[in-house]
Design a protein around this ligand. Sequence first.
Ligand code: SF4
Length: 256
Amino acid sequence: MVNMKTVYGPVPSWRLGRSLGIDVIAREKTCSFDCVYCQIGRTKNKTCKLQEFISLKRLEKDLSEVINKVKADYITFSGMGEPTLASNLGQAIDLIRGLSDLPIAILTNSSVFSIKEVREALSKLDFIVAKLDAPNEKLLREINIPVKEITFDKILDGIKAVKNEFNGKFALQMMFIDKNKNYASELANLAREIEPDEVQIDTPLRPCPVKPLSQKEIEKIKSEFKGLNAITVYEAKRPKVEVIDLRETRKRRPKL
Ligand code: SF4
């Protein structure tokens, strides 16, 4: 796994169009969560400690090889775990800015937003997609199964801090499954406090151990989000993509 590329895709994203993936973990799955619906399997290295997983030199080489050949709408930090655990995230963003004019996004689980250095790195992005699936500590432990240091209050305070400091587009991503489908109104109220530019209402349509909610159930959930700019995975269109390396991409998107 250490020989993984740090760039993959582009993948068709219902939120970001053709999304060229940047993986600042690029090794066995490393995350502060172990979400029950995770499409890349169980977390092998469960941690909330910031570390340098890949060198910037390696990222520069991988990205330079493909950046002029791919058609993409966004360059997106995602991959084999939680990208905000990378201590060189801010430097990686600076490096990408020097190689491409494409907007840069991140898909993040919001778990370490309370760390100032993480918020400084995030402030360099164009688009933050921040996960919030649970309206309380109990559901957080049941759905996202975080490391013990990460609490619901810490996550919520961190999300508010990032939202208040950030000048780009800020979205909340909420994954709905059986466990939290009856908590849409509580989650909508939290979203009203946070005031995101967008709320992405998701359910795991890609293969994973948890069954997705039906379109009807998701529509009912959306009706709780009145007054917010809410979009759902069922309504979204997926673009056609030309993947640069199918093997590398399938490590992060097993059923592309
Ligand atoms: S936060 Fe993302 S990578 Fe981590 S376990 Fe959850 S879905 Fe998987």
